[in-house]
Design a protein around this ligand. Structure first.
Ligand SMILES: [Zn+2]
Length: 135
């Protein structure tokens, strides 16, 4: 059962269904946006998937001019950079994802503290997690 496996692959199944999921540990109340079992804090194994709101704020970002191969195929590169951000989710955990809806060639327009909302990008057979500025 994929539901029982707290793996990256299981998370990607949720993303493909349009859900951003975190993993909660009832023993220590820990919440993580990166699926990992057992719980890294208390070694608990009685974990649960919980759906996250998908809202958060940018706590840091970087602009990538030399992307990995799949992103080159998607049209990113030296003349079309993209931004990757660390986002603090409304529920607390941090997550790394692509930032869309920003002008990555003008990084001065991207702000730490910007409110963002989750977006699910289809790229080939994969669903990629991204965030877009709100408002
Ligand atoms: Zn725990």
């Amino acid at each position: 059962m994929a539901e029982q496996d707290f793996t990256r692959a299981a998370l990607e199944e949720h993303l493909a269904a349009g859900r951003l999921m975190g993993v909660r540990c009832p023993s220590c109340q820990g919440l993580s946006a990166v699926p990992r079992a057992p719980c890294p804090a208390c070694r608990g194994t009685d974990l649960q998937w919980v759906e996250l709101s998908g809202r958060g704020t940018v706590v840091g970002f970087t602009v990538v001019h030399v992307p990995p191969t799949p992103l080159c195929a998607a049209g990113y590169g030296r003349d079309n950079p993209y931004a990757a951000a660390v986002v603090r989710l409304a529920e607390g955990p941090w997550i790394t994802a692509r930032l869309v809806g920003v002008d990555a060639s003008r990084p001065e327009t991207i702000r730490v503290g910007m409110p963002v909302r989750v977006e699910f990008l289809r790229e080939g057979t994969r669903t990629v997690l991204a965030f877009r500025p709100e408002g």
